[in-house]
Design a protein around this ligand. Sequence first.
Ligand SMILES: [Zn+2]
Length: 360
Amino acid sequence: MTKIPACFSETYAEAREKFIAAAKAKGAAVDSHEHPLKGPGGETLAMDVAYIGPADADAAIALGAGTHGVEGYCGSGLQTALLETGFADRLPEGAALVLIHAINPFGFAWSRRVNEDNVDLNRNFVDHDAPYPENPGYEELIDVINLPDLDPDTIKSAQEKLLAYADKNGFPALQHAMSAGQYAHPGGVQFGGNAPSWSQRTLREVVRKYLAPASRIVFIDFHSGLGPRGHGEIISTAAPGTPTYDRMTALWGDEVISTKGEGSVSSNIAGSITDFLAEELDGKTLAACGLEFGTLPITDVSFALQADNWLWQHGGAENPRAKEVATLIRNAFYVNEDDWKEEIFARAEEVAVKGLKGLE
Ligand SMILES: [Zn+2]
């Protein structure tokens, strides 16, 4: 029997090896898109795609991991565990399974949520020729979101100012300011980029090659870092009442929570992968969600992102505090405990199995 925790890994290189081995053991064709940069151990970085099923499949379920780099510790483990526990054997006749490993391999390998350009990939799929979405809350809080140093006094003072903002404007307004993205400060937290990133361009190729030929597509992108520990929220960036949203509720019921409605752990964001899929696969029967697993309290997760951004504006891996900050950020997005891994796997499997109905 598959030991679920053993499907998770300590490094990107280990995760990649386990994923490719599990995929090949299931007869998958593995297509690797090599990234121009290397990992911390000099290892190859790549977006790896494993394809199981007939080449002309009219229906496909895709599972993504590592859109947010370091969140790949969660998503990669889930992909490998799903492969090893025989998820592919449950596909309806003629359907395909497409696993996209390390959508942002640089962030995964270097323990960052962002990519090699300090870009949050899930904010990068906007139209870069149009005016960018504005984030006035971010502008107001720019000096406290972006820490000048990691001295305890600086951190304490910044956290007090953030809490004062939440007291005045409500917690969702603070979360929006800190996490909805910004396009004006390339060295700042939550930068969405000013051009399509390597991961965006590569994912577009992958989607055109492996998903666009199908007419019925289900996409589940594994994320971590928001919500109660171990809980898996099904997040839709489609608004309630739209056909895409209705297709999602047909599969997953009222557990689908839209970022355009109320009650999601996520802010209403622009430039997400699920919005990109809706555009790229327009005319297809598509259900695309993020499956977001809770880790630590949001204040810890936010601080980890602030510390990470400070680090990479101050030398990155060369900085003496690099190890400490990398541990902080990894722990914010990946709970290295067996019970958490078992719990999120059970949830991922449940959501993926329900997703199979969308292929019929
Ligand atoms: Zn994420």
